[in-house]
Design a protein around this ligand. Structure first.
Ligand code: AMP
Length: 430
């Protein structure tokens, strides 16, 4: 008895995006690229792996991501490297390393790709997930933050994702945040309620993390906690005021959410999240904010920055229910019979594809019946039948699969005729 060969499965929390699903991803990416480029963003492509130190220094040692979620391992020489859990740190590294600020510090970048976090997998939460990131460097003005939020809201509306809410908050700056942190620490020390074990630890090391803990007991305990907007210095207060005024002027609906602190250490001043009720527990489809100190902390010049990340996995889950059928079906299927028919069909198939006509054919000898079945299964709009008889007569059959009409086309004019026929029927369909 032969040994049974075990099938190798996906890693938990990872997924395949199959044909039939991928079309929606492509459509969303295309819409996002075009919108971002209209707003002057340029694409940047950064590596999937970086030195661990880059993320530890930027995201913060005491964050959940760095503490327990990063895929970190020594490479063959023992250097510690990490699969990127987010893109901002890498975009900053690249901006600094290539001195992209030298000619003009104001730069707008976007990047699309996978991120890796070893979180507990559930619906809407994966260990490899995809983000569209946008960053604006070199602009101190709150209008940069507003532009980012406006782009997000516009993108979601273009994708017919209507059930979205922009939540905004300000985290202050190195001047005023320490005062808030002290007040928060005092409040946490005086607290008698039971916090979750994570928050008991966070309480001393990074009290801000307790603010956005989702555990119900912690939420209840934090009801009367001090809130950041009450501690903002005049400059941060003004920045946040202008942000809100500019959002209102653009008719962007938003709510000020004092509990929004986000999970990364580098944020300053405005933070935001786009939430939806269409997703259940994992309700954030995009998040971001200002991170004015990060470029300097990574060894670059003192240049302000702001950015966002859209969760593509979650966005496709919602946009999917609004999208019409995006799967492309062949314009024409060439059913060939006999050797001569097969080689003519192959020539025409390649020539049509080169002309932008979606053509398919059967490779190998199959009966006409089975080829017609396949054409039907693929959803082909037309079938061209070419066999020895047709070649002898000098005419091939073109069948419209919707109307079942058949016409005879002279072999020598086949390409022109097909293109003409398909453009007419495409116009009819539109
Ligand atoms: P963050 O980088 O944590 O600010 O996340 C930005 C966006 O990425 C979130 O709003 C989510 O939509 C998405 N996201 C973050 N983590 C995951 C994950 N583990 N699985 C799927 N999407 C995620």
């Amino acid at each position: 008895m032969g040994k049974e060969i075990k099938m190798i499965q996906l890693i938990r929390g990872f997924k395949d995006i199959l044909p039939g699903e991928v079309e929606l991803w492509q459509q969303i990416e295309k819409t996002a690229r075009s919108l971002l480029e209209d707003f002057g963003f340029k694409e940047i492509r950064i590596p999937i792996m970086e030195r661990t130190e880059l993320f530890a220094r930027s995201i913060g040692e005491d964050t959940d991501i760095v503490e327990k979620e990063m895929y970190t391992f020594p490479d063959r020489k023992g250097d510690l490297i990490t699969l990127r859990p987010e893109a901002t740190a890498s975009v900053c590294r690249s901006y600094i390393q290539h001195k992209l600020y030298a000619t003009d510090p104001v730069r707008k970048f976007y990047t699309i790709g996978p991120m890796f976090r070893r979180e507990r997998p559930q619906k809407g939460r994966y260990r490899q997930f995809y983000q569209i990131n946008a960053e604006i460097f070199g602009v101190d003005s709150p209008l940069a933050d507003v532009e980012l939020i406006f782009i997000l809201v516009t993108l979601f509306s273009k994708l017919s994702v209507s059930d979205v809410n922009a939540h905004i908050n300000s985290l202050g700056c190195p001047e005023c945040r320490p005062m808030f942190k002290t007040a928060l620490s005092d409040f946490l020390t005086s607290l008698n309620e039971n916090l979750c074990s994570d928050c008991v630890r966070r309480k001393d090391r990074n009290p801000l993390r307790v603010v956005d803990c989702k555990v119900p007991a912690c939420r209840a305990a934090m009801t009367d906690a001090p809130s950041i907007p009450d501690y903002l210095c005049p400059t941060c207060d003004q920045h946040f005021e202008t942000t809100q005024k500019a959002l209102s002027a653009l008719n962007v609906p938003f709510v000020v959410d004092k509990g929004l602190v986000r999970g990364l250490d580098y944020y300053t001043r405005t933070t935001f999240e786009i939430q939806t009720s269409a997703l259940g527990a994992q309700n954030a489809i995009a998040g971001g904010g200002r991170y004015d100190g990060l470029i300097k902390a990574l060894g670059g010049p003192d240049i302000p920055a702001t950015g966002f990340a859209i969760g593509l996995d979650r966005l496709t889950e919602i946009a999917g229910s609004n999208s019409t059928d995006l799967v492309k079906t062949p314009d024409i299927f060439i059913a060939a019979l006999g050797e001569k028919g097969g080689s003519l069909a192959f020539e025409w198939n390649c020539a049509l594809c080169l002309e932008g006509v979606k053509a398919e054919m059967e490779f190998g000898d199959k009966s006409l019946k089975s080829q017609m079945k396949r054409a039907h299964r693929l959803g082909a709009k037309h079938v061209l039948i070419v066999g020895d008889n047709e070649i002898k007569e000098g005419k091939v059959i073109l069948r419209d699969m919707d109307t079942k009409d058949q016409v005879l086309i002279p072999i020598e004019d086949v390409m022109e005729n097909i293109k003409l026929k398909l453009s007419v029927s495409n116009i009819k369909r539109e």
